[in-house]
Design a protein around this ligand. Structure first.
Ligand SMILES: Nc1nc2c(c(=O)[nH]1)N[C@H]1C(S)=C(S)[C@@H](COP(=O)(O)O)O[C@H]1N2
Ligand SMILES: [Mo]
Length: 335
């Protein structure tokens, strides 16, 4: 498997790609005999050919930048429809039912925003709302997302490799882990105001990665999906995406990224340590104490009745890029 990067662009707040353009672009790619949504182009000449179909010069330039990757395997899984990705959510700050977060779409104040990057580093810094879309080249990554509840989707994210942000901070030799924190704003997040509405977990939601996991090229800070800014329910304005781990590691609406020396506390591990570990690597061989992890229900792949059960892959199918980080670990013990 490889990085599912099909385009990069300097998307700013005002020039996010509308969904129809997004779809047209994929149709064009398909019509040229490539593999359709999520497919990767291979070979310089094919790339040049595909790009010549994109009208606008700037887009051409950014699309060229986009195609700097090696393709060795097609991405054959269908994208989960946008309507599904934005209406079936886990975001307990907005309620515990899958349908709750969408009710708050547009209701979280994301501008102004402040993301602090600090801790054990030479260059701590802050990013504001505009910075999230303008400071780093944005990349599109189509990733599977596997929730620990045994459902999954295929999502076209737009974002920034977390490594780019961490390198900018210049971590020192003490920095062994990265801690993340979600916005704490009970006025706008009903789940933070009431223990009942928020499912009984502690807020702010916190997560963490080992520094090598954080620096892995797959690890993304997403600011968009389907070519547009993230909606509230998917973690606006910026959220983590760690595609080889269960979805709960992919913390939403982040306000702080801190380089630390010790393994940081993580929300679901604090809440139920026997059920949710720090690592949370997708692993069909290690069942949740209350259900099997051998299979998953792929959402939105086809019609109403086509909820597909498919086998779950180790590391969610990203083993080639990530298994080396765990080669000396017992993954049943460090679940
Ligand atoms: N702050 C915060 N981040 C969160 C959650 C949450 O409740 N709060 N839920 C997690 C879980 S369990 C999953 S499966 C994913 C869901 O992401 P999605 O709604 O964009 O599909 O977000 C994760 N990030
Ligand atoms: Mo999840």
């Amino acid at each position: 498997m490889l990085i599912k990067k099909t385009s990069t662009s300097d998307i700013s707040e005002n020039e996010v790609t509308p969904e129809n353009i997004y779809k047209d672009r994929r149709k064009i790619i398909k019509s040229l005999g490539f593999l359709g949504a999520g497919a990767l182009l291979s070979g310089q000449s094919q790339q040049a050919h595909a790009i010549s179909w994109f009208k606008d010069k700037d887009e051409e330039k950014s699309a060229l930048k986009a195609l700097k990757y090696q393709a060795d395997e097609p991405f054959t899984e269908a994208l989960t429809p946008e309507a599904k990705i934005t209406s079936h959510n886990n975001f307990y700050e907005f309620g515990t039912r899958k349908t709750d977060p969408k009710q708050y779409e547009g209701m979280l104040t994301v501008n102004p925003w402040q993301l602090n990057v600090d801790g054990l580093c030479a260059n701590p810094f802050k990013l504001n709302y505009e910075d999230l879309f303008s400071k780093y080249p944005l990349q599109e990554r189509i990733y599977r997302m596997r929730c620990v509840e045994a459902w999954s989707m295929v999502i076209p994210w737009v974002g920034i490799p977390l490594a780019d942000v961490i390198k900018q901070a210049q971590p020192n030799g003490q920095a062994k882990f990265v801690a993340f924190e979600t916005l704490y704003r009970p006025e706008e997040m009903p789940g933070q105001k009431s223990r009942f509405a928020g499912g009984g977990i502690q807020y702010p939601y916190v997560e963490g990665l080992r520094i090598d996991e954080a620096m892995n090229p797959l690890t993304l800070l997403a600011v968009g999906l389907y070519g547009k800014e993230l909606p509230t329910q998917n973690g606006a304005p910026i959220r983590l995406v760690v595609p080889w781990k269960y979805g709960f590691k992919s913390i939403k609406s982040i306000t702080r990224i801190k380089l630390v020396n010790q393994k940081p506390p993580t929300t679901w591990n604090l809440s139920a340590p026997q059920e949710y570990g720090f690592y949370a690597n997708v692993n069909p061989k290690v069942d949740h104490p209350r259900w099997s992890q051998a299979q998953e229900r792929r959402l939105g792949s086809g019609g109403l009745f086509s909820q597909n059960y498919i086998p779950t892959l180790p590391f969610n199918g990203y083993g080639e890029q990530v298994a080396h980080m765990y080669k000396d670990m017992d993954l049943a013990k460090f679940y």
